[in-house]
Design a protein around this ligand. Structure first.
Ligand SMILES: Cc1ncc(COP(=O)(O)O)c(C=O)c1O
Length: 396
């Protein structure tokens, strides 16, 4: 008996890899500040639970494969506030943004087809692409340039006859980079010229700071036939466990074929869709409050990081992540040191090493990703522990 070369070529999540070591540190009595995973601590809006409590059926039946109309309509209305028109027929409800991405890759890629993704990128893209027999081709960006990639030359250098799509995560995980509408237009022009699909992963759409406009590839009419939006309740509404997301697109042929996969997996959870519909109906003030909270945390993290000599990082504009280059030889070794040898007043800290967010071997060894999903005081202490840890590590 053996397993497929496909599954064997996949990687375990680099974000979770150090969890057993962190657990050992905790078992030994240390407090560990978890800055490693994008699980928001902000309360899920109570309307989600209220809507579920109001679910008054005797049988939890399958929903339509494309989704519960109540939710599709709520998402449609949500898009309207940004002048984007996606009707029921343009929206397929999925099990989180993750399933949306798997479905999209399966629908677009033949074996060996390439998807351009600016690196560093959300690591699970490796898994989604491999499941679809596709290949991730990175557009390499650097901390020194603030992980900038909206550059036609840079993008075109990575295009080959096998390139099928470009994937943009904005606001970005792990970099916190936010594309302006002009940058989206520029990427759109390259995509048009080379006849590429644009997969726009916008699960952090509202988390754009410093008075940045909320931007979306869905706002660009000239691209509507090639743009595929990925959305999710996970981050925006602190509802990761609900597992509800969606694909929004205008291209009818694509939607029709995506539906074959949606029908194959029958439906997304019926009850959670009812809860999610309530979330999408929240007023704009909800986004303003959550945005202000994350922006404040971003400021604290950035300020504390800048106290560490040798750190390379541009202030990120969105999402709730920050990637930075640290003045250590190897970030994974440093993290191991933090979890096994270092402590300050019985406390230590954990982040995600950035190497796993790169496709190019060897890149990211000096970088870490922080998720600012704890309150400001804990974030400040977490970054202080990184600073003290670097001193201890480099003085060993
Ligand atoms: C950029 C990005 N896309 C998609 C996802 C998938 O999220 P979910 O499946 O919970 O919607 C995540 C989760 O961290 C993410 O960061």
């Amino acid at each position: 008996m053996n397993l497929s070369s496909k599954v064997l070529s996949m990687q375990h999540s680099p974000i979770r890899k150090f969890n057993p070591i962190a657990q050992k540190a905790k078992d030994a009595g240390k407090k560990v500040y978890h800055l490693n995973i994008g699980q928001p601590d902000i309360e899920t809006p109570p309307c989600f639970m209220e809507a579920i409590r109001g679910f008054d059926e005797n049988v939890i039946a399958y929903a339509e494969s494309g989704g519960v109309t109540l939710l599709q309509d709520a998402i449609s209305d949500y898009f309207k506030q940004y002048n984007m028109e996606f009707g029921r027929d343009n929206i397929i409800i999925t099990n989180g943004g993750s399933e949306a991405l798997s479905m999209i890759f399966i629908s677009l890629l033949n074996p060996g087809d390439e998807v351009l993704i600016p690196e560093p990128f959300y690591t699970n893209y490796h898994t989604f692409a491999t499941m679809a027999d596709g290949v991730v081709v990175p557009i390499t960006t650097t901390p020194e340039e603030g992980y900038h990639y909206a550059d036609a030359q840079k993008i075109e250098a990575a295009i080959t006859p096998k390139t099928k799509a470009i994937c943009c995560i904005s606001p970005g995980n792990p970099t916190g980079n936010v594309l302006t509408l002009d940058e989206m237009k520029l990427i759109g022009q390259v995509a048009k010229k080379h006849d590429l699909w644009i997969i726009a992963d916008e699960v952090y759409r509202e988390f754009a700071y410093d008075n940045r406009e909320v931007t979306s590839f869905g706002m660009l009419k000239e691209l509507e036939d090639r743009v595929i939006l990925v959305d999710s309740v996970s981050k925006r509404f602190s509802a990761c466990g609900a597992r509800i997301g969606c694909i929004a697109a205008k291209n009818k042929e694509l939607l029709d074929n995506l539906m074959k996969i949606a029908q194959g997996r029958l439906c997304s959870p019926t009850v959670e869709q009812i809860g999610a519909a309530a979330l999408y109906k929240l007023p704009k003030s909800y986004y303003d409050e959550v945005r202000a909270e994350y922006e404040g945390r971003r400021d604290v993290v950035y300020e504390e990081l800048m106290k560490i000599p040798g750190v390379v990082c541009r202030k990120p504009g969105g999402a709730f992540y920050l990637t930075a280059k640290l003045p250590v030889d190897d970030v994974e070794n440093f993290l191991m040191f933090l979890l096994t040898e270092f402590e300050d007043k019985g406390e230590t800290v954990m982040f995600a090493p950035a190497e796993g967010f790169y496709a190019t071997p060897g890149l990211g060894r000096e970088e870490m990703r922080i998720a600012y999903v704890l309150n400001k005081k804990d974030m400040a202490r977490g970054v202080e522990l990184i600073r003290l840890g670097i001193e201890a590590y480099n003085n060993r």
